[in-house]
Design a protein around this ligand. Structure first.
Ligand code: IVH
Length: 781
């Protein structure tokens, strides 16, 4: 018994230690908070039962005491969210002189006089907002999504060149800047890391980010971070400078570091010259710089020019061209994607490109491999631009080996490979590598978002044969989990609870989770909005997709193929059988009211996909061949709605079409072709009404939304959906706000909403609200 307990204690300690290490040192958490907490509480439990074991020090074990006895073992909560008083924006990019000139010409339109610009370095670090109230550093937060970042004040205070107090500062002042690590400091840090067997950072930016986001400020303090100011937001004050460059000078006087060289000029050629000079100087600069930034200098002109969505219109980052390096190809391997696509990947002798170690480069598809004629042993030029995936530019010197041959069988399941043009595919739905990829995708954040079930656990479940298909997850029992290494009672309970929660989902999430090719977040939302139910989507004729915004013919074909695969249908049935549920719409939504014009316009341009035997019924594969803009207009003017048009006889159609009997006959014919009748019936069943003349009163008219926290869809998509229904999205909560849509980690906006008694919606509430056809929002649970 004691031996068992001892072994379990050792295993738990080791796991917790390594999780601590990964979390604190590597900035790469290996466990979710809840999984971690359950390991710690289990350790506490066993130690309480066996106090004699609490202080044993097996030689195996790195720490002196049990992690239950040390601070490191008690992980503080992650960083608190911090809502920026004004959003932290990003910058638009210019990649060439031409694009920079475009920017200058746009700026000229805003001012009669010549515009003065401030030019400065674009540092490649971590953005930080340092907030001074009454001259004292009161808050410091990372950028996050621009609205809400992470509160890293205690860590930021350890940065030696970030002032804690300011003389004669405006009452409220935000200083924005970049936290960076110099190349020298980075090299020293990595040397130390390698000596202590700790994580090696890929580049100075990662090192800076990892160091700033330590939960233990002691570690941050030991890391050589520096802060360079590049912007201010100050309340109106007559004493404060009125231009950007002067504001940076003002900060410099008060002890801030500002990266040099800078330039202030009206001469745009001077700015481009500055760009060239800095680029030439780049390798000699102490820190990583990936371009220069041009900003309109005068604050009042900046204000006039304003912002476009997330970026100021008055500034631009003029990036440096991509960095290149030479290396050689060690192997060409095949990666199996979850959809079965086989991608050739070049394994490279590791080489540093633009501060990042590159060891792999995707070769995309067969055409690219052939075109670039990349072979094992070749010396190749590798390019990396910003955060773009590294790629092979060209072969510099052939290694003299034979041309690479695409595999005939899938490296994972050894079934024959199918070739579709330049793409290779494994079509075996039971292929282990595909299944593994699909499982990881299924639980991911935008899909079913099953927290605590990540890659590591899935690998184990998969390897143990406990889970093959996503639906198997829901059939897991505690005893299954307990057979896995390092999964104890409490973690098993937590995992099962998370899986159980995953059962309640939404249609867009389900569509993403199923892994239908080309159906990502935006497409899933549009499809769910349009079809309302999985059944309708499954039964949809191909032409129906032409009416869905932004869904192309390839995606439509992919969806149809997905639903003709019996294994997929089987899996959906299984998911339903194990209790996965999602709300569906059974009454028409606002999508369904459309104009007759919209119907005809879509039909006119639609290449048909009707069965061969009925093809003779139409011309040139176009259902309404010969119907032009004018004819369409005439039909819309004569017929009130689709039923009126569909039942009109040839005589009425001929009159409407100014006597064009041949065209009238074709239009008539269209409505008699069974294939199209089926399409119309299908759309009719979905509740589509084609005859709307006026804009319907939109369901969210007059409703004001504020978004906060981490949402499962990009904010831009959520915003679009609200606006489409007539609602408005604003940045801050006030008495006029109707709803606060709160994702995870909602911060101060939630408190504000409570204060103003604003209805707070979860994402599920929000989906329901959008799908209710009533004018009034439903009672929210
Ligand atoms: S100004 C309102 N100036 O680049 C404009 N940003 O790509 C906000 N950055 O998040 C930024 N050097 O963290 C500005 N001299 C500089 C910069 C700079 C680096 C970062 C900044 C921003 C990102 C946008």
């Amino acid at each position: 018994m004691t031996t068992d307990a001892k072994q379990r204690i050792m295993a738990l300690r080791q796991r917790i230690e390594s999780a601590n290490h990964e979390y604190y040192e590597n900035d790469a958490p290996s466990l979710t908070d809840s999984a971690y907490d359950s390991l710690v509480s289990e350790l506490h439990e066993i130690e309480a039962m066996h106090p004699e074991l609490a202080t044993i020090n097996p030689p195996l074990f790195a720490s002196v005491n049990s992690p239950t006895q040390t601070v490191g073992g008690k992980r503080a909560a992650r960083f608190a969210p911090y809502s920026h008083p004004t959003p932290m924006r990003s910058l638009a990019n210019a990649f060439s002189h031409e694009e920079a000139h475009h920017f200058f010409s746009r700026m000229m339109e805003w001012s009669d006089a010549r515009v003065t610009y401030a030019a400065e370095l674009k540092l490649d670090g971590v953005a930080l907002n340092a907030v001074y109230v009454g001259g004292t550093l009161k808050a410091a937060a990372t950028r996050g999504d621009g609205e809400t970042g992470e509160d890293v004040l205690s860590n930021a205070k350890t940065i030696t060149n970030l002032p804690h107090f300011l003389d004669d500062a405006p009452a409220h002042l935000q200083v924005r800047g970049e936290v960076v690590m110099t190349y020298d400091d980075f090299a020293t840090l990595n040397m130390h890391q390698s000596k202590t067997d700790s994580k090696i950072f890929a580049n100075p930016r990662n090192a800076a980010a990892g160091s700033l986001r330590q939960l233990d400020s002691g570690i941050t303090a030991a890391r050589p971070l520096r802060f360079y100011a590049h912007g201010v937001v100050a309340e109106n004050s007559p004493l404060f400078p009125t231009a950007h460059s002067a504001a940076l000078d003002w900060l410099k006087v008060r002890g801030f570091s500002v990266a040099e060289p800078r330039l202030r000029t009206k001469d745009v050629d001077g700015l481009l010259n500055y760009h060239e000079k800095v680029q030439a100087l780049r390798a000699k600069l102490p820190f990583s710089v990936d371009g220069v930034v041009y900003k309109v200098d005068d604050f009042s002109l900046q204000k006039k020019i304003g912002y476009v969505s997330r970026a100021p219109r008055f500034a631009v980052a003029h990036k440096f061209s991509a960095e290149l390096a030479l290396t050689h190809v060690q192997a060409i391997e095949i990666q199996v994607g979850r959809s079965g696509v086989l991608t050739p990947v070049a394994r490279l002798a590791p080489v540093t490109v633009g501060g990042v170690v590159v060891a792999n480069a995707t070769l995309h598809n067969m055409d690219i491999v052939r075109e670039k004629n990349v072979r094992v042993g070749d010396t190749v030029e590798v390019r990396r631009a910003g955060d773009v995936i590294p790629e092979i530019v060209c072969v510099k010197k052939s290694g003299g080996t034979a041309a690479w041959q695409p595999p005939l069988v899938c490296p994972s399941c050894e079934q024959a490979v199918h070739t579709n043009g330049k793409f290779l595919r494994c079509v075996n739905v039971a292929c282990p590598e595909r299944r593994r990829g699909q499982l990881i995708h299924f639980v991911s954040r935008n899909a079913l978002d099953i927290e605590g079930v990540g890659g590591v656990l899935l690998e184990k479940l998969f390897a143990a044969g406990l889970v093959q298909m996503p639906s198997d997850l829901f059939a897991l029992e505690k005893k299954d989990l307990l057979t896995l290494e390092l999964i104890a009672e409490q973690s098993a309970t937590n995992i099962l609870a998370a899986i159980e929660r995953g059962k309640q989902t939404t249609l867009p999430r389900l569509l993403i989770a199923l892994g239908i090719p080309a159906v990502g977040e935006a497409a899933a939302v549009r499809l769910a909005d349009f079809f309302g139910s999985l059944q309708a989507l499954r039964r949809a004729p191909l032409e129906a997709f032409a009416f869905v915004t932004d869904i192309g013919t390839e995606t439509a074909a992919g969806i149809r193929d997905f639903f003709t695969e019996s294994a997929n249908i089987e899996e959906i049935k299984q998911l339903q059988a194990v209790g996965v549920v999602w709300p569906e719409r059974n009454s028409p939504g606002s999508e369904q009211k459309r104009t007759l014009m919209a119907f005809l316009t879509t039909m006119r341009s639609l290449k048909t996909v009707m069965p061969e035997n009925t093809l003779h019924l139409i011309d040139n594969n176009l259902p309404l061949h010969g119907l032009g803009k004018n004819g369409t207009k005439k039909l819309v003017q004569t017929f009130a709605d689709l039923p009126a048009l569909a039942t009109a006889d040839e005589a009425a159609l001929t009159i409407a079409l100014d006597g064009n009997a041949a065209l009238a006959q074709r239009v008539r014919m269209f409505f008699t072709v069974p294939h199209y009748r089926q399409l119309l019936d299908f759309l009719n069943d979905l509740g589509f009404v084609w005859g709307h003349k006026e804009t319907p009163k939109l369901r969210l008219s007059g409703k004001t939304f504020v978004l906060t926290g981490t949402l499962s869809q990009p904010r831009s998509v959520v915003k679009q959906r609200i606006e489409k229904l007539g609602g408005v999205v604003t940045g801050s909560v006030s008495a006029r706000t109707t709803y606060l849509l709160a994702g995870d980690n909602a911060g101060s906006k939630r408190a504000a909403a409570e204060k103003f008694q604003v209805t707070i919606l979860t994402e599920t509430d929000f989906e329901q609200l959008l799908w209710t056809t009533d004018e009034e929002p439903p009672t929210l649970l």
